[in-house]
Design a protein around this ligand. Sequence first.
Ligand SMILES: *Cc1c(COP(=O)(O)O)cnc(C)c1O
Length: 430
Amino acid sequence: MMKKPFVTKAQVEEIAKNYPTPFYIYDEKGIIENAKAVHEAFAWNKGFKEYFAVKATPNPRLMEILMNEGCGFDCSSATELMLSSAVGAKGSDIMFSSNDTPASEFVYADKIGAIINLDDFTHIDFLEKTIGKIPEVISCRYNPGGVFKMSNGIMDNPGDSKYGMTKDQLFEAYKILKSKGAKKFGIHAFLASNTVSNDYYPTLAGQLFELAVELEKETGADIAFINLSGGVGIPYRPDQTGNDIYAIGKGVEEQYNRVLVPAGMGDVAIYTEMGRFMMAPYGALVTKAIHEKHIYKEYIGVDACAVNLMRPAMYGAYHHITVLGKEDAPLDHVYDVTGSLCENNDKFAIERPLPKIDKGDYLFIHDAGAHGFAMGYNYNGKLKSAELLLKKDGSVELIRRAETARDYFATFDSCDIYSKLTEIMDSENC
Ligand SMILES: *Cc1c(COP(=O)(O)O)cnc(C)c1O
């Protein structure tokens, strides 16, 4: 499938007059249409809720858009909980799926009434000691161990992952939580990441539904929701076929009707915590070619670097690149597209066939809307970019300004050197 940018060269030239590259841009129309499709696909389930995984794209303006479409928020830290509160999410609209959780974060999650999803058996005791009670609604994260297999092979390796409880621990946990006053229970599992297959959720759902029936029978716990978590992927490569959310919803419904309904559990709510699927295709990093270099290979140097988008450097992840204005030009050059970090893995593409790139060309790096800006860091003293929203009416809104030197040095404000830094920043107008 051709990957088509959601902005044109002319639009980017206009935008760049106000907001210099590099910048992130998000497509409001795409986000809304996709969120509507997700809700339609699961409309058969009365209690369905998508808790957007805030870690994927922690921008309050984008969170608001999703909340207007009926999403709640899945948080993994205090600051993500604060963001969710700030945009108006309350109580059970917030899921706290954390691990290795600091006590203070349990305290805050409880204070705002978020649903707490316990990652470990020992956290029952830890939570009770920390907040002085066991909440009436509580969820536990399950890890079946071994490998997660589907008809087309092994998808991932839960046995090697740090998350969740063993099956025995899960049964024991429900009994203990029930005896300590919990009234409504959830089951959560995240067993494979970035799956590009309509079978992942249905396969996972089938396993969790069978487990739920067993759990209810053996422990008497009232299972109110089953949380399929994240892991629904997107086609980063143009030759991949994307997931069909309607087929996924239908596949989960079939499992629901096969397992839960006959067991008298037809009132269980389905929850999801998708991040990537909700946002990745609807965000892009736009960067300008500023150098070309001809040594043993051909290099194009751009004004963004791994600080802005870490996935290629971190996982060797593929992100498709379109050179704006050259959408139909032949891919007759082979380039490494690099950032400026003093790290040789700072490359957005390696030996990638692309059209001839000239200095000043704008590159649209696709599918950066999730786990993109969010993973940013400040290595080499590089600063994070602005985030922009391309609204439905075609206008552009600044939804996070670019970081400045002042932001970068702000944490030295308790140190003697800060006045000298301030003097320099003042004289440099930053
Ligand atoms: C990362 C994460 C998600 C979101 O995963 P995606 O692959 O982006 O859908 C959901 N839930 C939990 C607990 C996570 O850690």
